[in-house]
Design a protein around this ligand. Sequence first.
Ligand SMILES: *Cc1c(COP(=O)(O)O)cnc(C)c1O
Length: 406
Amino acid sequence: MKNNTFVTHLECSMSGKRYEKDFIHGLSDEGKPLLVRYDLEKIKDLISKEYLKKSDQNGFWRYSFLLPVQTPNIISLGEVVTPLISLENVAKKLKQKSDLLVKDEGLLPTSSFKARGLGVAVSMAKQFGIDHLAIPTNGNAGAAMAAYAAKAGIKCTVFCPDDTPEINIREISRLGAEIFKVNGLINDCGKIVFEGKDKVGWFDVSTLKEPYRIEGKKTMGLELAEQLNWELPDVIFYPTGGGTGLIGMWKAFSELQKLGWIGEKLPRMVAVQAEGCAPIVNAWREGEETADLWENANTIAAGIRVPVAVGDFLIIRAVNESDGFAITVSDDEIIKARDFVSKTEGTLLCPEGAATLAAFKKSLSEGLISSNDRAVLFNCASGLKYPLPDAKSTLNKNQPINYSIF
Ligand SMILES: *Cc1c(COP(=O)(O)O)cnc(C)c1O
């Protein structure tokens, strides 16, 4: 197989121990996530920002020089560069002086940013000739994996909590995956996937338990940098579940710095969690390096209902290295934020995306950030993938219509 990537090796995120590329890897020997390393000097010599400008590759695949997938193995479902939308009406109401931007990831295949991670992970599975993938999911990851696996002709088994939004379950099933509702949370589903590895022989695609989803999620940081003309914002609010996106963006910024494409200044990374499931926020506040399992996790923001994260120490490390912070919002604040944005901006955020606006608002009023900070929020999925409140009002066309009500 022709190796046309810049990958040099993989590295344990805890011990730094080196692992060879071109082999199938899960976690490191220490049970920690593996990070992919590239020959950045060589990329620096061969690839320029001008080269990138001319790229005609779809969406996040335009950064394939910083990805591990060999070109013939790329699975594409029509990825797009997602828009950065200015929430100017909201900014005005909140007395925000600088930009308030939301990166709207709902336009990706299967309508969530899980397409980035799973697009790369499933392409790598194809590269390695893996024929059966399994994943625990709160909905969006399962859908993205099912879609890319369908295109690649790879068998796909999905486990989700039994209260996962029905639309996700039906979507995953239509995309050809076998899906099972489990009477538990995502970590219970993860246990089933883990224990089935030897018994069934499937490959475990759980968050950060294989090295490539994070590489896909990293492209959010690359894309953001390019869209902002290589001037990163002052602060990024990220709805944090397993934390792949936050860790991935932090990795992307470090790679961009080594390429000399961005300057010294990096954004403060803010991990946003729900009050009903905030293991990372708790650990960060206590000054811990790792987080304890959160019991009885509960929030309407399904994507961040993650009671335990294998990359907890990497999330906390990125938050601290960036001089950021971790913050919670209530479900009530999430709903209010969602309705506020949809009515004033015409953008229907998902609950996780709305959580970042609620967190922005709280951070501004508590003085954790300044109104002169240019802020970027992440809307990670289409708001249409979630149950919405009933809005029925009917008219009987056979009766005289009372026009005074409109
Ligand atoms: C998965 C998911 C998240 C959390 O992303 P991580 O990078 O795993 O922390 C947030 N929002 C939505 C909509 C998701 O699907």
